[in-house]
Design a protein. Structure first.
Ligand code: C2E
Ligand code: CA
Ligand code: CA
Ligand code: CA
Length: 278
């Protein structure tokens, strides 16, 4: 069988061979980076529309590599998922984010932290125990933890996902639906799953001030969120014009470069102690 594989391998073009090699390299670089504690988290504020008060922060993974340009998680998370490394990597992210939230609380600025969770992690058999153990170990109140999942997670295994979400809610953790409107959107998910927060995708926000169609979608999602009693967070808010229009449409919470880029923990604490971002 091994020879068979080798024979077939010769049919691969040099390009595919090179791409396989670089993917393999990325996978092993990721593993080494996790072992070498090279990953960092940055935190991006979520701001209340009226007051400019910081109501929460999203933890975003960073991989600073000496000699190499910073690689976006959008590029390496899929490889971490494919190789299974997302499970230990995601465990580290959760632990680090909860520990940071404890430090902000102890510094007098208790703040909810949102952690991105991929489908592979969410459906991992050890996931619920990991969340419980992490909260216990760090001493973070469950109410200060939010988990961001995408519509893709909900589509995987409906009864199982519902069970996991119900357990998390019972612990006191809140759930945000990320990138809303881009995936396999089904409005029935909003009815079936006890979600707390909708994050409308930045692709709608980006064009909103030029494209009436996007503005109409954002407006409709805002009203829907209100009707369902969900918090709505607009992502990727970059300009004052976008922020103004979002506020007019009734969007409660905004996140984006307009207010702050994702920043290291110490910088975030300074923003939190200052209180508002306008
Ligand atoms: P996401 O969860 O949708 O995160 C929002 C992305 O938009 C982040 O990109 C953030 O830096 C970026 N962003 C924030 N404000 C603005 C803005 O005003 N304009 C623009 N153009 N972009 C803005 P980032 O940090 O590169 O992360 C990319 C994706 O990687 C995330 O998308 C998320 O899907 C994934 N990711 C990041 N950290 C983690 C993690 O710890 N675990 C998992 N599973 N996925 C993660
Ligand atoms: Ca997110
Ligand atoms: Ca998002
Ligand atoms: Ca995204």
């Amino acid at each position: 069988a091994k020879q068979d594989g080798r024979a077939r391998f010769h049919f691969f073009s040099a390009e595919i061979e090179e791409s396989l090699r670089s993917r393999h390299r990325l996978a092993s670089d990721l593993r080494l980076a996790l072992e070498g504690r090279q990953f960092r988290l940055h935190y991006q504020p979520q701001v209340a529309a009226g007051s400019g008060r910081i109501v929460g922060v999203e933890a975003l993974l960073r991989w600073p590599r000496s000699g190499a340009p910073a690689t976006s998680p959008a590029a390496f998370i899929p490889m971490a998922e494919e190789s299974g490394l997302i499970v230990p990597l995601g465990a580290w992210v959760l632990g680090e984010a909860c520990a940071a939230a404890c430090r902000w609380r102890d510094a007098g600025a208790p703040t909810r932290v949102s952690v991105n969770v991929s489908a592979v992690q969410f459906l991992d058999p050890g996931w619920l125990d990991l969340v419980r153990a992490t909260l216990a170990r760090t001493g973070l109140t469950a109410g200060l933890l939010e988990l961001e999942i995408t519509e893709g997670v909900l589509a995987r295994d409906l009864p199982r996902t519902l069970g996991i979400i119900n357990e998390l809610k019972a612990i006191g953790v809140s759930i945000a639906l990320d990138d809303f409107g881009t995936g396999y959107s089904s409005l029935s998910y909003l009815k079936r799953f006890p979600i707390d927060v909708l994050k409308i995708d930045q692709s709608f926000v980006r064009e909103m001030t030029d494209d009436p169609c996007d503005a109409a979608i954002v407006g409709a999602v805002t009203r829907m969120a209100q009707g369902l009693g969900l918090q709505l967070v607009a992502e990727g808010v970059e300009t004052p014009a976008q922020a103004d229009l979002l506020a007019q449409l009734g969007c409660g919470i905004m996140q984006g470069y307009r207010f702050s880029r994702p920043v290291p923990e110490e910088d975030l604490l300074r923003l939190l102690l200052h209180g508002t971002l306008t």
